[in-house]
Design a protein around this ligand. Structure first.
Ligand code: SF4
Length: 434
């Protein structure tokens, strides 16, 4: 989400003729995160660093939602995520106000640069994240987001297609649809029991519409709650060949009692039934789709037995990658009031899960060996032996090729090791084709 918002903020600045000037900025913008305690600490440090440069500092994103006092003390202009007016509209308004201050209005800011001089492929990524939805009211007991991003909003299908078309024209080969709760796209609530059924398949319609865009080589969905994977959504994934064979489906815990304490909207049986449906619909030539996940270790009340169930469930699914999060207390959430586990217990579980992640990842990537994959090159550094890219199954692939960044290479996977997956390029190099 923050990548997508950063890109939208860049557009707002570009429209006003502003450009990035890391050496001598007149304004510093710190777009923050506070989903975990560690992210909040990093945000705080980034604001302090920016402040030391003596320039006007904008603080945007989620951090002010958890510590407005600190954000206001450190930053000059603070823009929270909460509020009736979307954060980016308030950002544009504040930028305009700042530009109009005569004492701050330097030559650099008033000189319009043609858009063509600005970077067209942001941050050397071939992927572009595109926000389709914001906000959550599901109130998982560990999560601070519903208190920060309070209002649920969705883009229309039409606006999403317009924006995705623009990204493709800018040179992005892959578009990643992102949101706080993507399954709430087109709904006013993330609580499934309260959602209106007439919008049930709105997300599948969106996938169909975006996948049609000429020149879009790959479309990916960033993260979805397990209950939002429906047969119709999978139909859309099967029908549109440029939709990646990958889903990120947060598990958080493999224990039903912990899931209940977490206030998640599924239990382990529902999760496993959904995985079975995904595998049944998306497996091609014996190759199952890539599934990645988030798991929290050491949630209050998690027993050794609960953790064992998580390990067993993860083995059962066979994830390509597990994002392992040690439980992080977020003040203001229900779980923050519960007794914490000893840090050494949490660390032991983190280590066990990281080891499992390596083992499962290798097992999944071995499935790719001997298969043909499509790799979009992300790094064509000629100094390195191998170029790097991602295939439709989300695995990072190393290969020798003359293809440039953003080009699509058809390759055969030759080897999967503990840390890397290697492939050999076939003859075809496709540029800007579906
Ligand atoms: S679904 Fe749960 S974890 Fe995800 S944003 Fe909403 S409250 Fe947080």
């Amino acid at each position: 989400m923050n990548h997508a918002e950063r890109r939208e903020m860049e557009s707002i600045l570009q429209e006003r003729g502003m450009t990035e000037s890391p050496e001598s900025p007149d304004l510093e913008i710190v777009h923050t995160c506070s989903v975990t305690g560690k992210a909040a600490a990093k945000s705080r440090n980034a604001i302090r660093r920016a402040k030391r440069n003596g320039k006007h500092v904008f603080v945007t994103g989620c951090f002010p939602g958890t510590d407005l006092e600190m954000a206001s003390e450190l930053g000059d202009t603070v823009i929270t995520q909460a509020g009736e007016t979307p954060m980016l509209d308030r950002f544009a308004h504040e930028i305009d106000a700042w530009l109009q201050q005569p004492s701050k209005n330097t030559q650099q800011k008033t000189t319009s640069l043609p858009i063509a001089t600005l970077p067209q492929v942001h941050g050397a990524h071939t992927r572009a994240e595109l926000r389709i939805q914001d906000g959550c009211d599901a109130h998982c007991s560990f999560c601070i987001i519903p208190k920060i991003r309070t209002t649920l909003r969705s883009k229309t299908i039409e606006d999403t297609v317009t924006e995705a078309t623009r990204l493709v024209k800018l040179g992005h080969k892959e578009v990643v649809l992102t949101g706080i709760f993507i399954g709430a796209f087109g709904h006013e609530t993330a609580l499934r029991r309260k959602q209106q059924n007439e919008h049930e398949e709105y997300l599948a319609d969106l996938l169909d519409a975006v996948a049609e865009i000429d020149g879009l080589q790959r479309l990916r969905i960033s993260s979805m709650e397990p209950g939002d994977v429906t047969p119709t959504l999978l139909d859309a994934m099967v029908a549109n060949k440029n939709i990646a064979s990958h889903l990120h489906l947060p598990l958080q815990s493999g224990s039903d009692s912990v899931l209940k304490k977490m206030n998640r909207q599924y239990n382990t049986q529902q999760y496993l039934e959904m995985i079975a449906m995904v595998n049944e619909r998306l497996t091609i030539d014996g190759l199952t789709p890539a599934i990645t996940t988030d798991i929290i270790c050491g949630f209050p009340t998690e027993t050794d037995g609960d953790f064992e169930q998580t390990i067993e469930l993860a083995k059962n699914v066979g994830y390509l990658h597990i994002h392992v999060f040690p439980y992080s207390v977020r003040t203001g959430t229900a779980a923050a009031r519960w007794k914490q586990l000893p840090p050494e217990v949490v660390q032991d579980r983190v280590q066990a899960l990281l080891q499992l992640d390596e083992d499962l990842s290798l097992a999944y990537r071995k499935q790719l060996v001997g298969k043909q994959v499509q790799v979009i090159i992300e790094n064509d550094d000629s100094q390195k032996d191998y170029s790097r890219g991602r295939c439709e199954h989300y695995a990072e692939i190393l290969l020798k090729t003359n293809a440039k960044q953003g080009e699509l290479v058809i390759a055969n996977v030759t080897e999967a090791t503990g840390k890397a997956t290697f492939a050999k390029q076939e003859l075809n190099i496709l540029s800007n084709q579906k």
